[in-house]
Each structure stands twice: as structure tokens, then as C-alpha cells.
Design a protein around this ligand. Structure first.
Ligand code: ACO
Length: 401
């Protein structure tokens, strides 16, 4: 086995791997993906089992601590998270500085980054106890911050968390409840939402997680690191894809227009891509998409909604899976293809989709960040480059250029 660090040091060489398609940036014990087999495991547990049998709180504990909790460990963890759900009262004034039509992701970047100004005590990353508190604060406050972003955009008053409710139930109430009325959490929606949170909790070294690790490698505080992750997640090739996928499905409108869009996706001169299709790692299928395809039908059925977008999605999937272009390029529906259909049925506007992704992914981000900071060999991330600029030349005074 070659010690790659010694090899580089001796030869002065480095690898050029744009997009990091075959370069591991770290060691991690959190999440395993086999892209060819369509396997996703968290701490060894298959994602479909977790989505079917577990809860987001339990998966959060698992990702942070490495093992499934006992009942009393789960109760203590849930209680700790619940106790951190409130945000500093002054944080509400941040929202008022944004335009009402601001994208909620823009608000999230700013507000989450600002948390470090309110929770100085948990910015001491050398103290494992403070790192734990920062992690709990972030997981607990994200639903409150996300719901406030939504409330601000629709001009309704913010709702305080109700700590009698579950993590997910509380989020739904803060988002869709109004102060003057009782809010009943619909168990079907609560369970579907919790499943979506589980499916988005972690996904090894994707762009936003790598961004969190890179920011954290310099010793930046956890709130700043998560804000960096949110900024990266916003892109349409990453977390913004479910918003883009639903917009695309709505634009297609009816199954008879699918061939037109398939032809566009295959046309090299057209920048259009089928949103919600393809994945950097999954070259067989995305196991999360399978769970969500089923959940989408269940939610729509139980809510008594008949949405032509789901029919269009199903038909598009069937046509694409038989098309030689998609077969050759190993392009399958990813997690974003069906999540938008469910979220829209629940009542979220498309601009909130990536916010929900960020909320759920926060647990993966903090677990990855903790894993990195706890590593005694951790170094600042500092990629090299392949220089393509001019060779050395002498400065020419402005009057002689
Ligand atoms: N529609 C049509 N063609 C596609 C698509 C697509 N959705 N995705 C990839 N291709 C084609 C590319 O044009 C390229 O063709 P070429 O080899 O002829 O140049 C080939 O497949 C490989 O594509 P790359 O972009 O090189 O593959 P990469 O692994 O870098 O990209 C990505 C993965 C970004 C997810 C891509 O498939 C894509 O843009 N998909 C649409 C956006 C999307 O759904 N993103 C969500 C990702 S999952 C997540 O973030 C949770």
C-alpha cells in the first residue's frame, strides 16, 4: 500500500480531479453508499429500514452517536432537542430586515450565520461539550428558523414552538398554524414529513457537506459552517433540484408532452436537463427515490388529492427508464424527483423545498463536522490547482503597454 502523503511529498506531484469524482477528502464512519448497487447505509443500517421503522429523532441520535439509542437515551435526547427549540427573541428582528419576497434560502443563510452572535458559548470548538451543545442547538432551532422564514414570507405572525409536540409536529404547527386557532397535527402528514427528514439526513461527502467540512477545517464556528452548507445546498444541481423538478413537472403539465422534454434533455445543444434525474454517485438507482415514490402515492391518497403532476412524474420515469440515452448514461430518478410532489401536496410552496432539505441535512452536517473536529489528525482543507495562467513575465509600466 502506498502512503499517498509520502508519495506526494517525495514526488512533488498531486492528482488533478475536477469535481472530485474519484478523490476521497476524508475518512468517515457515518454513511456508506454503493452507487452501483443503489445502497445507502447510515452507521450500517439500510435507509429503507430507517425510513420505514425509525424516526428522525432516532436517526439523528444514530448519526451523532454511532449507535441506535435505548428508549431512555432516545427520551433524553428528544427532551434535550426540544428544550433548545426556541430562538433568541432578538433574532426575529433579523427577518424584518429582509424583503417580503426574499427567497427563504437567502433568509436562512443570513439567520443561521447570525446564530454565532447569539450563542458565543458554543463557538468554542476545542471543547467537546460545547460542540455537542452547538449541534443540539442547530438541530433544534432549524425548524423554528425555517418556519419563521415561511411565516415572514406570507406575512403572518411567528409562532413559538410548542414543546408538547414532536420535532416534526412542532415544525408543521409553527409553519401552518395561526395564533388564534388550535392546530391539529395530521398524523399522516407528520409521518410523511418525518420520512422525508430521515431520507435527507445525511449523504456522505456531497457538495454541501464537503463545504461544511472545508469551512470547519479552518476552525470556523459551527453556525458559520452550517450557513456555508446552506449556501451551497441552494444550487439547482444540489438541494435546489426538487424545486426545479416540480417546476419542470408542472411545466410539462400532461403526459403527452413528455417526449418533447425527453428530446430536449438528449439534445447536446440544449442546456436543459431532466431535473430530479441523474446522480454523481448512484449509477443504478437512488434508494431514497424508491421510498419517496411510494410515500408520494400514500400521501396523495390519504389527503384525497389527485395531482396530475404525480401521473406525469410516473410516466416520465417509465419513458426515461426505457430510453437508450438514459440507460447508457445510467440516469435514474433521484431523491428530488418525488419529494416535491409530496411537499406540494402538504402545502409547501416550492421556495420552501430546499429549506426543508437544509433543516433535515443539518443533522448530517453537524455529525460530519463533529467527526472531523474530533479527529486528532485533522488538517485545514487546502486543495491544490493545475495552473493554466501565463509563465513568469516582467512588469511593464502603464505608458509602455
Ligand atoms: N438530464 C439529461 N442529461 C443528463 C442529466 C439529466 N438530468 N444528468 C446528467 N446528464 C448527462 C450529461 O449531459 C452528461 O452527458 P455527456 O456525458 O454526454 O456530457 C452525462 O449525463 C454525465 O453528466 P454529468 O453532469 O457529467 O454527471 P455528474 O455526475 O457530474 O452530475 C448531476 C450529476 C449534477 C446530479 C446531474 O445528473 C444533474 O445535473 N442532474 C439534474 C439535477 C438534479 O437532479 N440534481 C439533484 C442531485 S441529488 C441531490 O443533490 C440530493
Amino acid at each position: 500500500v502506498v502512503d499517498i502523503r509520502k508519495f506526494y511529498a517525495q514526488t512533488g506531484q498531486f492528482t488533478y480531479d475536477p469535481g472530485f469524482t474519484s478523490t476521497a477528502s476524508c475518512e468517515s464512519g457515518l454513511t456508506y453508499i454503493d452507487g452501483d448497487q443503489g445502497v445507502l447505509l447510515h452507521r450500517g443500517y439500510p435507509i429503507d429500514q430507517l425510513a420505514e421503522k425509525s424516526s428522525f429523532m432516532e436517526v439523528s441520535y444514530l448519526l451523532l452517536n454511532g449507535e441506535l439509542p435505548s428508549q431512555s437515551e432516545l427520551d433524553t435526547f428528544t427532551n434535550t432537542i426540544t428544550r433548545h427549540t426556541m430562538v433568541h427573541e432578538q433574532l426575529a428582528t433579523f427577518y424584518r430586515g429582509f424583503r417580503r419576497d426574499a427567497h427563504p434560502m437567502a433568509i436562512m443563510c443570513g439567520v443561521v450565520g447570525a446564530l454565532s452572535a447569539f450563542y458565543h458559548d458554543s463557538t468554542d470548538i476545542s471543547d467537546p461539550e460545547q460542540r455537542k451543545i452547538a449541534s443540539h442547538r442547530l438541530i433544534a432551532k432549524m425548524p423554528t428558523i425555517a418556519a419563521m422564514a415561511y411565516k415572514y414570507s406570507v406575512g403572518q405572525p411567528f409562532l413559538y414552538p410548542d414543546n408538547k409536540l414532536s420535532y416534526t409536529g412542532n415544525f408543521l404547527r409553527m409553519t401552518f398554524g395561526v395564533p388564534a386557532e388550535e392546530f391539529e397535527v395530521d398524523p399522516i402528514i407528520e409521518s410523511a414529513m418525518d420520512k422525508i427528514f430521515i431520507l435527507h439526513a445525511d449523504h456522505e461527502q456531497n457538495a454541501s457537506t464537503s463545504t461544511v467540512r472545508l469551512a470547519g477545517s479552518s476552525g470556523a464556528n459551527p453556525f458559520a459552517c452550517i450557513a456555508a452548507g446552506i449556501a451551497c445546498l441552494w444550487g439547482p444541481a444540489h438541494g435546489g433540484a426538487n424545486e426545479a423538478a416540480l417546476n419542470m413537472l408542472r411545466e410539462i403539465g400532461t403526459p403527452d408532452r413528455i417526449p418533447e422534454y425527453i428530446a430536449r434533455a438528449k439534445n447536446k445543444d440544449d442546456p436543459f436537463r431532466l431535473m430530479g434525474f441523474g446522480h454523481r454517485v448512484y449509477k443504478n438507482f437512488d434508494p431514497r427515490a424508491k421510498v419517496l415514490s411510494k410515500a408520494a402515492a400514500e400521501v396523495l391518497d390519504s389527503l384525497g388529492i389527485s395531482d396530475p403532476v404525480l401521473d406525469t412524474a410516473r410516466e416520465l420515469e417509465q419513458i426515461a427508464l426505457k430510453d437508450q440515452y438514459f440507460i447508457d448514461k445510467k440516469l435514474y430518478p433521484n431523491v428530488d424527483f418525488y419529494s416535491g410532489v409530496i411537499l406540494s401536496a402538504i402545502g409547501f410552496p416550492t421556495t420552501m423545498f430546499t429549506v426543508l432539505f437544509a433543516l433535515a441535512r443539518t443533522v448530517g452536517w453537524v455529525a460530519q463536522w463533529n467527526e472531523m473536529i474530533s479527529d486528532p489528525d485533522q488538517k485545514i482543507g487546502r486543495p491544490r490547482q493545475l495552473y493554466t495562467g501565463p509563465t513568469q513575465r516582467d512588469y511593464v509600466p502603464v505608458d509602455r503597454r
